[in-house]
Structures are given as C-alpha cells and as structure tokens.
Design a protein around this ligand. Structure first.
Ligand SMILES: Nc1nc2c(ncn2[C@@H]2O[C@H](COP(=O)(O)OP(=O)(O)OP(=O)(O)O)[C@@H](O)[C@H]2O)c(=O)[nH]1
Ligand SMILES: [Mg+2]
Length: 398
C-alpha cells in the first residue's frame, strides 16, 4: 500500500517527505522542484505487546522503541499538480500515473495562503487553501473520468453486443489503478445506473462515477502546512471550510529540523511528541539555540508538528488499517527461530484469520485449519475478524 503526497507545487510536499522518511530529496522555494516521483518508507506507531509477555521483542520489520512499534508505510512524493493537469498541463498525466498505486492521499496545502495554483508565491492570505483542496479533488475526478472515457462509445457498445457486464468492463479499465470489482459494483449500485445499456449513458455519467469512486475509495487527509507562519484561528477556519474532510495544521519544516537534530544527537525527539529535550545545551551554536527556541514556541502554540498525526490519521482512520502480530508459538509469542514478536503487519480492519494467513504466506492461507488468539488462548475460525493489536498463531496443514 502506498500513501501519496499530493498538492500544488511549492507547498512543501518534499519537505514533508524528507521529514517522514529522513531522506534527502531536493526541496526549494520554487515550483516543480520535484519531477520524478520520490519513494520512501515512513512509520506509524502502535503499542507493542511485548510488555504483556514480560520479555523484550526482536523486531524484524518494525522497530520497537520503548513499547512503541514503528510500522512501515510506503510513501510517494510526486510533482506538484496544477489546474488542467488531467489534460496534461504542468507535469500532468505523468504525475497522475505516478499515483496509481496510492490508496490514500496526504494532501498538502499552504495554510498561510501565500502559494498560488501554479506554485507562485505571493503575500500571505492571497489565496484560499480550501480552494486548493477542492481543486485537487476535481483534478483527480477528471483524470479518472478521462481514463474511463477513452473509447467509451466503442467499448460500451461492443460490451453490450458480447454480453460483457458493465461492472466488469469498468473494473477492467480501472484494475491498473487499484480499484476492485466490488468497489465498482458498489459505486454503480449507489448511482442507480442502468447497467444494461452503458452506451446510452449521458456525458456526465462517467464523471459522476469517477467522483464517487475517488471520494469513497481514496481517503484524503489535509496537511495544512507552514503553520509556523500562520495562526490557530486560520487553521480553524480551514477546518470549518472543508467540512467533514480531516485537517491537521502542520509544519513539515519544524518536523524536519527536529528529526535531523535528533539524528545528529543535538536533541532527543520522537515524532509525534509534544516536546523535545536538548541533549547538551552548552554545545549548541547561537543559531541552533535560536532555532530550537523558535521550535519551543511553535510547540507551545500548536502542541505537535502535526506531521506524524497526519500520516497516522490517514492510515488508521482514513484507510482503516490496523496492526496485528503473527507468531508461530502461542505461548512464547515467537516465530520458528524463537524470535519474540518478530513481525508487525499493517492490514485492513476486519481482516479475518484466514486473510491474515494468506498475507503471511499463500501456503499458510491455502492450508488454513484454524488460528489461535495467543493473548486469550482462544481458537478462531477462518472467518473470524481480527482486532487491532491481536497476536495470532495460524495452524495450517501445509
Ligand atoms: N515556513 C515553512 N516553509 C516550508 C514548510 N515546508 C516547506 N516549506 C518551504 O516551502 C518551499 C517548497 O518546499 P518543497 O518541499 O520543495 O515543496 P514541494 O511541494 O515539494 O514543491 P514541488 O516539488 O516544486 O511541487 C521550500 O522553500 C520549503 O523550505 C513549512 O512547514 N514551513
Ligand atoms: Mg517536491
């Protein structure tokens, strides 16, 4: 699963990407700094069950710090999106194609209102960040409608002749974009369309379908960036203007400074924390001390940098993911090599015992007999839905 970082040029997507991944991709105060997509790994936090066991864990994929497991999530940072991108403006379609695998979006906007639709910079309050959010939705919808509409007349007519079902026709066209047949079926049902005669659909029908698909199946979380140059009432106004869409005021720049300072041993800071500590205050240069004082003021005003909570909001609430811990021994919570709680897997909420088995290994899914809830020492059937944080052993005849 990918999380896409999207938004207009120059709003701070790459800064956010660097903060979340601690990589070093170019960031600059002008539009289209990013052309090729940047890929990297970030992490979301969940409690680690090892304290319940009374033994330390030996993580393979998701590091444990204190009792917090940092579970990996793939991120993709793409070029800025300008109006008309779906018709190829700016870096247009290429940008959109880079997002094919993204199941959810962190949408970055400039909360100060100083960045225009083309990434041009003006005085604060020149632009309305809520417009940027609406415009992005529109571009995504038009892009999807455009993909669907290619040769629609010809294809829909031939589907009617050959008896191909409309949902299968559409799902086939969208398979490369990560939409499933079930999602397409649900959308067609919801829109009450006559699926026996798709060639007679009106011009706007595909756009309406694309809109439902995007708004229902591509969750977005708005990162109201550059909060360090803005105020809480402005963030409140944006929240109000965007209605049910979740908005987190954030400063990618502050988060990046803190993570790099932590990496350099100047401070101790864990992403998402409301405070940091200076490791050796006397060793800081005057410039560093001033920058950290500024960050103290930022955190007392905003509480956190908003970066970690945006990603976690999107992953856990927007994308409805949860973390489970597969093991091979339900008493010691170990794998076959005796490692305690080696894996932490990010899976959709409602994942069943058998689906988890498949996720671990196809053989384990195919030979599924039963699972054991290692915490409660209870047997679980194939269709039993797992809960966040479950420690699960799968028993399989393969
Ligand atoms: N004040 C402030 N400036 C920021 C913040 N995040 C990014 N910036 C600045 O915004 C400018 C653009 O940052 P980038 O990260 O390159 O923006 P982008 O959205 O990736 O831009 P493109 O790749 O050109 O689309 C740079 O000058 C950053 O230093 C922030 O949280 N606060
Ligand atoms: Mg960039």
């Amino acid at each position: 699963m990918d999380v896409g970082l999207v938004g207009q040029p120059n709003v701070g997507k790459s800064t956010l990407f660097n903060a979340l991944t601690l990589l070093h991709v170019p960031m600059a105060p002008y539009p289209f700094t990013t052309v090729e997509p940047n890929r990297g790994v970030s992490h979301v936090r969940v409690p680690c069950p090892h304290p319940e066991l009374g033994r330390p864990c030996q993580p393979g994929n998701a590091p444990c710090e204190g009792s917090v497991r940092w579970v990996p999530v793939q991120l993709v940072d793409v070029a800025g999106l300008v109006p008309g991108a779906h018709q190829g403006r700016g870096l247009g379609n290429r940008f959109l194609d880079d997002l094919r695998q993204a199941e959810g979006f962190l949408q970055v906007v400039d909360l100060t209102g100083a960045t225009g639709p083309e990434g041009n910079r003006s005085a604060p309050h020149t632009f309305d960040p809520s417009e940027a959010v609406r415009f992005l939705e529109e571009e995504l919808v038009l892009w999807l409608a455009e993909v669907l509409g290619r040769q629609w007349e010809k294809l829909s007519r031939s589907a009617e002749l050959t008896g191909t079902k409309t949902d299968e026709l559409i799902a086939g066209r969208l398979a490369g974009l990560g939409f499933t047949l079930a999602q397409v079926q649900g959308t067609i049902r919801q829109s009450a369309l006559d699926s026996s005669h798709p060639s007679r659909w009106e011009a706007g029908t595909l756009t309406a379908l694309a809109r439902t698909l995007i708004t229902t199946h591509r969750p977005r979380w708005v990162v109201a960036n550059k909060a360090d140059e803005s105020t809480p009432p402005e963030a409140e106004k944006l929240r109000h203007d965007l209605g049910p869409l979740p908005v987190s005021p954030a400063s990618a720049e502050v988060e990046l400074t803190l993570r790099r300072a932590d990496q350099a041993g100047l401070v101790q800071y864990r992403p998402g924390d409301a405070r940091f500590t200076r490791v050796r205050p006397d060793a800081l240069s005057a410039g560093q001390a001033r920058a950290l004082d500024g960050i103290d003021r930022f955190l007392s005003l905003w509480r956190t940098t908003g970066v970690q909570e945006s990603l976690e909001g999107l992953v856990f609430t927007g994308l409805q993911r949860m973390v489970v811990f597969p093991v091979e021994d339900e008493n010691h919570w170990t794998d076959s090599k005796g490692r305690v709680l080696p894996d932490a897997l990010l899976v959709p909420r409602g994942t069943t015992a058998r689906q988890l088995a498949y996720r671990v290994h196809t053989d384990l899914g195919e030979g599924f007999l039963r699972a054991i809830d290692a915490r409660r020492k209870r047997t679980l059937g194939a269709d039993h839905p797992l809960e966040p944080g479950d420690v699960i052993r799968v028993i399989s005849h393969r």
